[in-house]
Design a protein around this ligand. Structure first.
Ligand code: MEV
Length: 311
C-alpha cells in the first residue's frame, strides 16, 4: 500500500426547489455551496480511524467497524469497503466549516470528500458515474433511500436540475446572475430519514392528496429553473415562498423553520423557504437588498446565519 497522503474535497449543497417531492419523481433544483469539507488520509496503525474536529462537542472520532449507533462510523466503514481499504491501517481527518446535519449536504460532502481522498490515497481513479455510485452507497447508510439529488450536486458542483429515475437525469441550470442569499439554521428536531419516512407514511395514508402537493412542487421547480435562468429574482422569491408553503403542508417544517422564514421576510427577503429535509435545520432567504441586515436579524434571534452568493 502506498504511504503517500490522499486528499479530497467536496462542497455543501443548498436545495433551491423540490426537496421531498424529488423522492416521488418530481424535478428539483440544488446548488453547490462555496463552503464544504476537505479530507486527508495518511498511514497509521490499528483499525482505520476517522476524526472530524469541527463536528459534535469537541470533535468526532470513530474507528471503522465500531459497534454502536454512529452512522458516521458505518458510512466510513462502507466507504473503505467500496475502495477496497477495509482494515487498512490509515487515519482520515475531515475538516471544514460545513455544519453537521442541518440540511446543507453534510452527509453527501462527507461521503464525496472521503471517497475522493481514499481513491487518491490508493492512487486509483474515481470520477463520473463510478463516484456517483460509490457516493450513493455511503449516502444510503445515512438516509436509507436517498433520491440522489444531494450527492449528485455535491459531486458535480454548480447548480443542477435533477430528477431521479433508473438513471437519474440532471443538467446544469445556468444562473443569469448569482443569488444574493442568507442561509440560517437551527438544530434539527429529527433526521433526514425521520422526515422522509414520516412523509412517506402520511402520503401512503392519503396518496391522492399528497401526490397533488408533490406535483405542485414539481411545477414550482420547473418555473424556478426558468426564473433562475432569466435572472428574475422577484419570481424566484415568490416561488421560494410557494415551495415553503407546500413543504409546510407536507408536515416537514418546524417552529424554528417558520420563525426563521418569517423573520427573513419581515427584514426584507423577497422569498424564503426551508432547505433540505426540514424538521428544523436550514432555511434559505433571497435577499437582493440587505442580506447583512437579514442575517443580523436572524443571529439576534438566536439562529446561526451566513450571507452567501449562490452560483
Ligand atoms: C434531503 O437533502 C433531500 C430530500 O429530498 C431527501 C432526498 O432527496 O433523498 C428530503
Amino acid at each position: 500500500m502506498s504511504a503517500r497522503l490522499g486528499t479530497g474535497a467536496a462542497p455543501g449543497k443548498v436545495i433551491l426547489f423540490g426537496e421531498h417531492a424529488v423522492v416521488y419523481g418530481q424535478p428539483a433544483v440544488a446548488a453547490a455551496m462555496s463552503t464544504g469539507l476537505g479530507a486527508t488520509v495518511e498511514p497509521a496503525s490499528g483499525a482505520p480511524a476517522l476524526r472530524i474536529p469541527s463536528w459534535g462537542r469537541g470533535g468526532l472520532e470513530v474507528r471503522a467497524g465500531e459497534a454502536g449507533p454512529s452512522s458516521i462510523a458505518r458510512g466510513f466503514t462502507r466507504a473503505l469497503e467500496v475502495l477496497g481499504l477495509a482494515g487498512e491501517p490509515l487515519a482520515v481527518t475531515i475538516e471544514g466549516d460545513l455544519p453537521l446535519g442541518v440540511g446543507l449536504g453534510s452527509s453527501a460532502a462527507f461521503a464525496v470528500s472521503l471517497l475522493r481522498a481514499l481513491a487518491d490515497y490508493r492512487a486509483v481513479p474515481l470520477g463520473g458515474a463510478a463516484l456517483l455510485a460509490a457516493a450513493a452507497e455511503v449516502e444510503t447508510v445515512f438516509h436509507g433511500t436517498p433520491s440522489g439529488l444531494d450527492h449528485t450536486v455535491v459531486t458535480r458542483g454548480g447548480c443542477l436540475r435533477f430528477a431521479r429515475g433508473e438513471t437519474p437525469a440532471f443538467r446544469p441550470v445556468r444562473l443569469a446572475r448569482p443569488l444574493p442569499a442568507v442561509i440560517a439554521w437551527s438544530p434539527r428536531e429529527g433526521s433526514t430519514r425521520d422526515a422522509v419516512e414520516g412523509l412517506r407514511a402520511r402520503r401512503d395514508a392519503l396518496p391522492a392528496a399528497y401526490d397533488g402537493l408533490f406535483a405542485a412542487m414539481g411545477a414550482v421547480a420547473e418555473a424556478g429553473v426558468a426564473a433562475l435562468e432569466a435572472g428574475d429574482l422577484a419570481t424566484v422569491g415568490r416561488l421560494f415562498d410557494l415551495n415553503h408553503g407546500y413543504l409546510n403542508a407536507c408536515g416537514v417544517s418546524s417552529l424554528a423553520n417558520e420563525t426563521m422564514v418569517a423573520l427573513a421576510r419581515r427584514h426584507g427577503a423577497v422569498g424564503a423557504k426551508l432547505t433540505g429535509a426540514g424538521l428544523g435545520g436550514a432555511i434559505i432567504a433571497l435577499c437582493p437588498d440587505d442580506a447583512e441586515g437579514v442575517a443580523t436579524a436572524l443571529v439576534d434571534a438566536g439562529f446561526r446565519a451566513i450571507v452567501s452568493r449562490i452560483g
